[in-house]
Design a protein around this ligand. Structure first.
Ligand SMILES: Cc1ncc(COP(=O)(O)O)c(C=O)c1O
Length: 385
């Protein structure tokens, strides 16, 4: 019997998940494929979760999230970026950042609304826009992987509803400056666009780069939904804990939509995070992980740039780099990725997973490989190139 699922006809399956499955169980594979940190969850957070369960916080919670956790979230934005959100109406806890992006698109898009998305981007965005009935409009990137603002201006029509931002970026690691982002905010104000700003890599910016919270830019507050996650910050992607902040007017319909997808995000995990988030251990952990990633970034970029025909820009944030392979022996990213897997047992994601015009790049995640593994990857790739 066949059960056609019409909505899925218009979207591609995730190549990353396929690669993940392909590499599973094969010995000696080094994966730079999946975007998850390999550092262990802090002990204090693990203990807090066990305690929450033992203390019987195992029932339903308020739909937008456990109040103390939302108060912590709002406190974080006030102290780190000087922006005041409301804990009752301006914050929400979701099952991962992905769920928040999903309900935001479902809530705000009508069929045919146009959404501006940068190519390359996190591969979930285009699928979710299509599932919400929206039309993808790809914003081109500059040579250093920022949004090409001039070209973007030409793409705006009376159907443009939303613009998606993601800095530090997955897959490139690019960050945009406050001045550059201000130009985008001005454009959104001029055309009355909603800004969805995905800032899940906010704590991983390197050297002198400081994260710019888009909601803190003049003109952005009332039209910006910020997507965030605890997955990356405390190395708990399996807990599925995301969150968001916005003005109460913008967030209200999202909070109304949320219970029809998931009554509330998991309760004991919310209690655990509420009790852990403002501890010294939490702050130390973020700092420690950032230092680990910065060192790995230096090793991987240097290593890739020694390889024949590979040119790798320095990512200023996230835990991804996005080398250009166009002058290598395998200039097509799918072939490059296949050869890397078959002949070197290295998993790299082809750029075409992240949007149109990405045939000559591959994404390498250094979130879950140590420096010795990175050196081994470079050694293995040097043999096939
Ligand atoms: C840019 C970006 N946004 C959002 C997410 C979603 O994270 P989660 O659903 O684990 O909170 C990811 C995960 O890889 C990501 O890379």
């Amino acid at each position: 019997m066949k059960f056609p699922a019409e909505k899925l006809r218009n979207i591609e399956p995730s190549g990353i998940r396929e690669l993940f499955a392909k590499a599973h169980g094969i010995e000696n594979v080094i994966s730079l494929g999946i975007g998850a940190p390999d550092v262990h969850t802090p002990d204090g957070l693990k203990e807090a979760l066990k305690k929450a369960v033992d203390d019987n916080f195992n029932s339903y919670e308020q739909t937008p999230g456990y109040l103390q956790l939302r108060e912590n979230i709002v406190h974080k934005y006030k102290t780190e970026y000087g922006v005041e959100y409301s804990s009752s109406g301006g914050s929400i806890v979701t099952c991962g950042g992905v769920q928040l992006i999903y309900i935001a698109l479902q809530t705000y898009l009508k069929v045919g609304d146009e959404v501006l998305i940068q190519s390359p981007c996190f591969l979930t965005y285009p699928r979710q826009v299509v599932l919400a009935g929206g039309k993808l409009v790809w914003m081109p990137s500059t040579s250093d992987f920022k949004i090409d603002i001039e070209k973007t201006k030409e793409l705006i029509t009376d159907k443009t509803k939303m613009i998606l931002l993601n800095f530090p970026s997955n897959p490139t690691g690019a960050v945009m400056t406050r001045e550059e982002l201000k130009e985008i905010v001005d454009l959104a104000v001029e055309h009355n666009l909603i800004i969805l700003s995905d800032e899940v890599y906010e704590y991983y910016t390197f050297d002198d780069y400081k994260h710019v919270h888009v909601g803190s830019i003049e003109g952005a507050f009332e039209r910006t939904l910020t997507v965030n996650t605890f997955s990356k910050t405390y190395a708990i992607p399996g807990w599925r804990m995301g969150y968001g902040v916005a003005s109460t007017d913008l967030l209200k319909p999202i909070i109304e939509y949320h219970p029809w997808v998931i009554a509330n995000a998991t309760t004991p995990t919310q209690i655990a995070l509420a009790n852990f988030m403002r501890t010294k251990e939490a702050d130390d952990f973020k700092q420690k992980v950032k230092e680990i990633f910065q060192k790995r970034r230096d090793v991987i970029v240097k290593g890739f740039n020694t390889l024949n025909g590979i040119s790798c820009q320095i990512p200023n944030g996230s835990f991804f780099c996005y080398p250009d392979i166009s002058n290598s022996k395998y200039p097509d990213c799918s072939e490059f990725s296949d050869k890397a897997f078959e002949e070197a047992r290295v998993v790299l994601v082809p750029g075409t997973e992240f949007g149109p015009g990405q045939e000559h790049n591959v994404r390498a995640s250094f979130g879950s490989v140590n420096n010795d593994q990175i050196s081994e990857v470079v050694e293995r790739l040097s043999k096939i190139l």
